[in-house]
Design a protein around this ligand. Structure first.
Ligand code: ADP
Ligand code: MG
Length: 724
């Protein structure tokens, strides 16, 4: 027996409480991160369809079928729908419909019941892509359809103009989500009661923003374009304001703590132990750590940002050395076992030379050894540990930890970082990030951290030669890959792919929303062709997003030893993975990647002595696509690329969550996702939200004044109680 549905609904009621949502469906909603009615209200549309702008049949033909974009037509049904079975499992429903300017042939697949939905002479609005038949007529396949209301003057004006399109998951339709959202809105924002607005009235006026209920409703069910725009502005502003306030509050809280006292050691032995001289940027960063750790009253709380290969590890080592020399223990945590092991292999010999013992603690460390490491951490006899999440386990206790460093921070959740820091009071923290990020964005995203930037590469780095090519180069490209393999060098082939399970289903017609991205199936098929036909005599490996970490690690390991020479991957190759003998990065359908993603991918090669290449394959002839790939060919500087990326794509992409984690989703951690900011393409507007937060925080950093209490509640609700 399923549990009884509650009768009174509140914003915190589970979605299961709504009609039409079974337990099974509720589980699907949970997959989208939706548990409660409030969550539903915050499940903002991914995009919108504007069906209000209708055209005529003649106009549609004239415009070359609107260049492949969907059109909205108001048509009268001309012929009785005819259902024919063309083969087993394939039923067509066909009819014609017309307006004053022409006739359209309309076809639906496998929906025979539609025969009764269209009566001759009735008017409907149809929305979808159209095509010109060989006979010069217009045709539509599976358009969305809505009957005109009796009161409609004939132009569809009584129907809603703008339709929300939601992120869905298989088993949930657009229609069900839209309906549920509408029901949730009625509960969370009841029409008969005023819901207090967390943004102070003054601020709304000053920033020219609409009220909360108006925004909440119009983001889902917009009255018109202007209403949608107002709603969007208000919600972006609110979300970013709350986020910025959270950062400011976290910073204020940290500044209240007293640092573990340290003094500046003689760094000469450390520098002498290195096989190379440090760059100016590395020296500057180490100077900043030294200042933070020895001269400031509150603990170090710093981000070290540097492009791939800029030499962050040795800077981290310097910070570790400062802590160790002061008699404290230190920990370095990496997001994967491979990365942790690489750090260990780099750093253990260095610290041994310097007289400090170092251990590696990862998931696969033998139980006996784990126990030994833990007991030595607890009694203080082990000064330095490098590891993965294994370091977070409750029974890992430090005797006197003074510094915690996390590498590639964006792979960790805020909560995890907090757990590690909690292992020692007032510990100094350093976070390393390999995502080059424009200064303006960094100030916003990392407003709670001090920043050190490695904007200079160690000398002698060779440039990865980058070329953008189209399909006509395929033969030559395959020859080139073969040549690399014959010389014993590895090649990465990266294909963007979406998983069909996550494809969007449309609620009205039941057909799939058009998405031109290659599917996972296509990627698997391509990998198979490469392995079994084109390179059948060479070892080809396949890595995809749905693999378990251990499986991925195993494949990566075989690739790094050269047992696999060609690695086809639909997923991110771990940031930071080092395979110095890999010399070629091929990116298929390169137009689907952001510039910064491409830059990250390119950073996987050119890590050894051998000349390396990056080939960006794209058949997209569009101007922007071409421009973007050209930037990649021109420069290897990650910060320059990030700036151009910001210009070309707008700031929204920085805030958008990317499940694969190679773009700027630096703050997409601990379940934190920006629900709305990804809609934002206006940098100035974004900055306004952050400035407003600074003004509020300057007077009331902990948001304790009565006028800010609602703000604080909203912030805590949205981004969690600030832990650090
Ligand atoms: P990342 O910033 O990507 O983590 P690493 O710290 O792994 O970069 O450094 C990349 C490579 O550069 C390593 O092999 C490291 O030994 C080397 N390296 C770092 N600093 C210097 C330097 N100042 N001069 C020469 N080589 C350096
Ligand atoms: Mg690194």
């Amino acid at each position: 027996m399923p549990p009884k549905k509650p009768t009174t609904l509140t914003p915190d009621s589970p979605v299961y409480a709504l009609p039409g949502i079974s337990e099974t469906r509720a589980a699907l909603f949970a997959k989208l991160g939706i548990e409660t009615l409030s969550d539903l209200c915050r499940h903002y549309p991914r995009t919108y369809e504007n069906r209000g702008k209708t055209t005529t049949v003649a106009e549609a033909l004239e415009s070359g079928c609107n260049h492949g974009e969907p059109v909205s037509l108001v048509l009268t049904i001309g012929t009785q729908p005819k259902v024919t079975t063309i083969r087993r499992g394939m039923v067509l429903t066909r009819f014609t419909a017309f307006d004053e300017t022409g006739t359209v042939q309309i076809t639906y697949f496998n929906q025979p019941y539609l025969r009764d939905a269209f009566a001759v002479g009735a008017s409907h609005r149809f929305f979808g892509r159209c095509e010109k038949t060989t006979g010069g007529r217009l045709s539509m396949t599976s358009p969305k359809h809505e009957p005109l209301n009796a009161a409609d003057p004939g132009d569809g004006s009584t129907l809603p103009a703008i339709y929300p399109i939601y992120r869905v998951t298989s088993g949930l339709t657009q229609k069900l989500i839209a309906q549920s959202v509408e029901r949730a809105l009625a509960v969370v924002y009841p029409a008969d009661r005023e819901i207090p607005d967390p943004l102070p009235q003054m601020l709304l006026e000053e920033q020219n923003l609409c009220g909360r209920r108006y925004a909440a409703v119009n983001i889902h069910i917009p009255e018109n374009e202007a209403a949608l725009d107002a709603a969007r502005k208000r919600l972006i502003f609110e979300e970013l304001l709350l986020f910025a306030l959270g950062l400011r509050q976290r910073r204020a809280r940290k500044e209240l703590r007293t640092a573990i006292p340290m003094t500046a050691p003689d760094m000469a032995p450390f520098y002498d132990a290195l096989p190379y001289a440090l760059t100016g940027a590395q020296m500057r960063s180490i100077g900043e750590f030294l200042h933070d750790m020895t001269e400031k009253p509150s603990p170090m709380n710093r981000l070290l940002s540097g492009d791939v290969g800029s030499g962050k590890t040795v800077c981290a080592a310097a910070a570790l050395y400062i802590a160790l020399k002061n008699g404290y223990q230190a920990a370095l945590m990496a997001p994967t076992e491979i990365l942790a092991t690489q750090h260990y292999e780099d750093l253990a010999p260095l610290f041994e030379t310097l007289g400090f013992d170092c251990a590696l603690l990862v998931g696969s460390t033998k139980a006996k050894e784990k126990t030994a490491i833990k007991s030595r951490l607890a009694d203080g006899t082990l000064p330095l540990v490098i590891g993965t999440h294994a370091l977070l386990e409750d029974n890992v206790v430090f005797a006197n930890c003074g510094l915690v460093i996390t590498d590639e921070q964006h792979r960790f959740g805020v909560g995890q970082r907090a757990a590690l820091a909690k292992k020692a009071e007032n510990v100094h923290t350093l976070i390393m990030s390999a995502t080059p990020i424009p200064r303006t964005m960094a100030l916003m995203l990392f407003g709670d951290l001090e920043m050190s930037v490695l904007d200079e590469m160690p000398p002698g780095r060779q440039k990865v030669s980058t070329f953008a090519v189209d399909e006509s180069y395929r033969e030559r490209l395959n020859g080139f890959i073969r040549k690399q393999a014959e010389e014993g060098h590895q090649t990465y082939i990266v294909c963007p792919a979406i998983d069909e399970a996550d494809e969007e289903m449309d609620g009205l017609g039941g057909e799939t929303v058009q998405d031109d991205r290659p599917t996972m199936k296509a990627a698997v098929a391509y990998a198979k062709t490469l392995a079994e036909e084109i390179f059948s005599d060479l070892p080809v490996g396949f890595l995809h997003g749905k693999m378990k970490p251990a499986e991925k690690d195993a494949i990566m390991h075989r690739f790094s030893t050269g047992e696999i020479l060609i690695l086809v991957s639909t997923t991110v190759i771990e940031v930071g993975v080092n395979v110095p003998t890999a010399t070629l990065m091929v990116v298929e359908n390169a137009e689907y990647f952001g510039l910064s993603q491409l830059h990250q991918l390119r950073g996987r090669v050119g890590r050894g002595r051998d000349k390396s290449w990056c080939i960006l394959v794209s058949d997209n002839k569009g101007e922007t696509a071409r421009q973007r790939l050209e930037i990649m060919c021109k420069t290897n500087n990650g910060y320059e690329i990030a700036e151009r990326d910001l210009e070309l794509r707008g700031p929204g992409d920085f805030f958008a969550a990317n499940p694969d984690g190679i773009s700027y989703d630096v703050r997409q951690s601990g379940g934190l996702r920006f629900a709305i900011a990804s809609f934002c393409d206006d940098m100035e507007f974004l900055q306004r939200a952050f400035c407003a937060a600074d003004e509020i925080a300057a007077f009331d950093p902990m948001l304790e004044k009565p006028e800010n209490v609602l703000l604080r509640e909203a912030m805590e609700q949205r981004f969690g109680v600030v832990v650090l």
